[in-house]
Design a protein around this ligand. Sequence first.
Ligand SMILES: [Zn+2]
Length: 414
Amino acid sequence: MDAGEVLALGLGVTQPWRLVSQHLEIEKSPHELHLTLEADRGAMFACPECGRGCKAHDFSEFRWRHLNFFQHHCYITARVPRTNCPEHGVKRVRVPWAREGSGFTLLFEQAALMLAREMPVLAAAREMGITDQRLWRIIGHYVGAALERLDLADLKAVAFDETASKRGHNYVTIFIDLDRKSRPVVFAMPGKGKETVRRFKDFLIAHNGKPGRIAEVVCDMSPAFLAAIGETFPDANVTVDWFHVVQLFTRALDEVRKAEARLVKMPSAVRWAVLKAKENNLTSKQEAALAELEASGLLTAVAWQIKEKLRWVRVASTPQAAKWRLSHFIRYAREKVTGGPLLAPVLTAIETVEKQAERILQRWASTYSNARMEALNGIFKAARARARGYRNTQTFISMIYLIAAPLGQLVKST
Ligand SMILES: [Zn+2]
């Protein structure tokens, strides 16, 4: 085996192609290794449409970026012919080492995708020595192609939720398969609200799925969502994710705190004490702030106590216990919010929970583990970290699919 053969290894160079020259350019930094491929003289080439063997009609030179050779950037140059098929006319032939229209070899793209699955895109791009925009294009292409092959024939239980790709705007909604332990994302799209539910149904049908098979849907309490699910998946049981119950009261608490802060002087550490309260690892300063809050007689303290009481509902171990605890919680909270008009946001939250009680309680009857239902937020968090700096909706969606969808092999060998 000579040096040329070693360099051609793994490149996908097959007959009639062979490596004819190699040249290290040391005037450039980093150094560039240039490999030239050529087809055997008089070789026949397959028409890209029908595969019929044709003689070369004419040639043009193309160049591809290949995997780095040690620290040197590596390029492949080849004169690629066009065939003149009697049936399909003049067409550029496909080369075995790169996909059509790409300036990278398949091996390069495969390495780039492996890196992008494991580290932030910007870091992966730096490692490969390409711009991040080009890496995003590679990711977009392979994710799109793999997504077309996704088979949803067995899908029967989904959870979905929306998140902002940037703070406060550009929403993205994702759907996960509750039967999948890992890589559960089956659909992601820009936007939020009931239109996403309809689009998901279209996607499901286009991928072999049957809307009538969907037996369980987990989502939030938005009336628009619930109406859309009723119309789109009429046979499904609807469960409200507990996360959304907590979120509802957390937001109400925050509104009360802001309104009250305009009227009275709050204990200094109330803001973060209230937001982080009783999670874990409170500092002694936070403990003191909470104690001060509880003793303060502020309405913010009342809203906070109501929110905290949710934990007691959550740990109910049976559907009966949960039902009893939820109705007790509603009674308790209703009595507490009579304290003043500032507590109106909390009252609204209580009313929403009362109205959706049945769907909230479904959670205790569901066969799906709560951890599975809560996977959604972890996915959003991970995709955000990986797509840092490029949170336009499309890159965010590509990243969600790349790290959390069951896409299988992204680069199929040719
Ligand atoms: Zn042809």
